[in-house]
Design a protein around this ligand. Structure first.
Ligand SMILES: Cc1cc2nc3c(=O)[nH]c(=O)nc-3n(C[C@H](O)[C@H](O)[C@H](O)COP(=O)(O)OP(=O)(O)OC[C@H]3O[C@@H](n4cnc5c(N)ncnc54)[C@H](O)[C@@H]3O)c2cc1C
Length: 446
């Protein structure tokens, strides 16, 4: 019988693998001579220099973690900052839709953690965070443990397939492999690009999740880019855009106009398509009212905070998306001022976007720095900025910029001022690329 792999056995084999790698490289070994095991007994220290000041460890080198690492050092040069990511290099999700349609090349999206760390005077460790011991302030990783003074957890999102009626691991695996969502990893995004360019014709299903999913505009932008690819390469395909929401969630007038004007014979938009099951073998997707046959699909399920938020015991039990139990203004855990959660795992209802994560991380870096000095700073809203490609060759885009305010009466956050440009043009297309370039420059260079 095939042995079932669950997360626990997977973690144990990763730890064993890491031990082998560490031994092979001559790094510190367990003093008992036994293989370190996770659960507080992983005795090897991670292979990084001894700390030279209060140590801030950051889990996740995405938009939030990279910005945090740089601005922590800038705000308080005495901090000894360690950035951890499971990937060897950074590949940007923003701009990946227009990359699929060949409007930029892969170099535009890909950046080096080594360079970011060198340019901004912090340490980078290519390792996966496995376990957290908050009492001893120790983070256990695949390369050993790290003691922290402050910990920032910024691991992004995970998909929640349960919310589209997929609750057994084999079906979920089949969906992840056959119809990847393309909202989390570079591998998924590359698989989708190949799918689009090699589509043999017929119906391609794209889905839009409900809830506060990552990048509200991106699934609609992806439909435009996929249709533009079909048009350019004379692919006789129809795109069935199944939206779990009752209407297009953002830039609605613009997207509706674009669908009608340019892609009327390609995109079929179906709102209120509450997905409750997918038959992988039969290539059939079921909603509350209908079922749809497809030839291929890109299935984006609702999202939740990265599962390590829950596994590390940091999540708010009452949160549908299992987001972190943090102070909404200062971002530290409600019961621990040395642990912070930022980026798309946060609990606040801000748009899960790169620009939001970037502006928020600059603010939280100041919050942590002030905390270390026994001070406090005033709350500042993050800024959401999102460009959406509509047409290609040349790229034409729409954009939105928004800020947030706290509504004391409602005890919740709401949009404050915003600026919507839902008429696409080439200047906005160029502005979107310039925005991304500026962000990469800020995160990777000094
Ligand atoms: C197609 C697409 C288009 C988008 N367009 C835009 C846009 O136009 N504008 C915009 O602002 N945003 C956009 N976004 C959203 C943006 O990408 C995310 O909101 C942003 O990446 C969130 O940043 P983050 O740091 O929270 O998460 P991420 O950037 O996902 O970073 C999380 C990091 O944590 C690492 N990690 C996770 N678990 C562990 C672990 N256990 N150990 C070590 N490392 C770990 C991951 O490898 C990852 O690098 C888009 C997203 C997609 C998918």
């Amino acid at each position: 019988m095939t042995k079932k792999i669950n997360r626990r056995t997977f973690l144990q084999s990763s730890a064993a693998l890491a031990t082998a790698t560490i031994s092979g490289q001559g790094y510190a070994q367990s003093t008992s001579g036994e293989s370190p095991v996770i659960g507080g007994k992983f005795s090897s220290p991670a292979p990084i220099p001894a700390k030279k000041g209060p140590r801030v460890v950051i889990v996740g080198g995405g938009w939030s973690g990279l910005t945090m690492a740089k601005y922590l050092k800038k705000t308080n040069p005495k901090f000894d900052v360690v950035l951890l990511d499971k990937n060897q290099q950074f590949v940007s999700c923003p701009i990946s839709n227009v990359w699929m349609a060949d409007q930029v090349n892969l170099d535009f999206l890909t950046h080096s953690y080594v360079e970011a760390a060198q340019n901004n005077d912090y340490l980078f460790l290519n390792a996966t965070a496995l376990e957290l011991d908050r009492t001893s302030k120790i983070l256990v990783t695949t390369l050993g443990s790290i003691k922290y003074d402050y910990l920032v957890v910024a691991p992004g999102i995970d998909y929640d397939y349960n919310r589209i009626g997929v609750d057994n691991p084999e079906d979920e695996y089949a969906l992840r492999m056959n119809y990847p969502a393309g909202f989390s990893s570079a591998s998924e995004i590359m698989a989708i690009k190949h799918k689009l360019h090699n589509f043999k014709g017929g119906t391609l299903v794209l889905t839009v999740p409900s809830g506060n999913y990552r990048c509200i505009a991106a699934p609609y932008e992806r439909a435009c880019m996929a249709a533009a690819i079909f048009k350019k390469h004379n692919i006789r395909g129809k795109i069935l855009l199944l939206d779990m929401n009752s209407d297009i969630r953002i830039k609605a007038e613009g997207f509706k106009k674009a669908f009608a004007e340019y892609y009327g014979n390609i995109i079929q938009y179906e709102p209120s398509a509450e997905i409750n099951g997918v038959r992988v073998v039969d290539k059939e997707i079921e909603t509350d009212f209908d079922s749809y046959q497809f030839d291929d699909a890109v299935i984006y399920p609702p999202v939740r905070a990265s599962s390590i938020i829950e596994e590390f015991g940091l999540s708010d039990e009452s949160s549908l998306q299992k987001e972190a139990a943090i102070d909404p203004f200062k971002y530290h855990l409600v019961d621990d001022e040395s642990v912070y959660v930022t980026g798309d795992s946060r609990s606040q209802p801000f748009s899960k976007s790169g620009n939001t994560a970037h502006s928020e991380a600059r603010y939280v870096a100041e919050v942590i720095s002030a905390h270390a000095d026994g001070k406090q700073i005033e709350w500042r809203s993050p800024q959401t900025m999102c460009f959406s490609g509509v047409r290609i060759d040349p790229l034409e885009s729409m954009s939105i910029i928004a800020f947030y305010k706290y509504d004391e009466a409602e005890k919740s956050f709401a949009f404050d001022r915003s600026h919507l440009m839902d008429k696409w043009n080439e200047r906005a297309g160029q502005a979107g690329l310039a925005w991304a370039e500026g962000m990469y420059r800020d995160m990777f260079y000094s």
